[in-house]
Unconditional design. Sequence first.
Length: 116
Amino acid sequence: QVQLVESGGGLVQPGGSLRLSCAASGFTFSYYAMSWYRQAPGKERELVAFIPSSGGNTNYADSVKGRFTISRNNAWNTVYLQMNSLKPEDTAVYYCKATRTLYTYWGQGTRVTVSS
């Protein structure tokens, strides 16, 4: 049974930090590229960060470059999103996604609220 379980969301003040985790099971994690997406209220889901199966050549949305860092630990079947200097516009539900050729899996999401 494939599972992606996100955790680490919550309420944080502007300028604060959070680290999201996504624990994978039920498939060979190291074969899959991993991404973080987010969806704010009333907006479409958007790509935030991407990391290939090997862990190199990460990519980020312009809005988070220099503030967010995606990483993965293939031994622990986990992908992370370190989020620093958070802004109110980062408020959204954050989802992780696993992708390999025709296969795509999504997690259930974790909510991040940036507010004073």
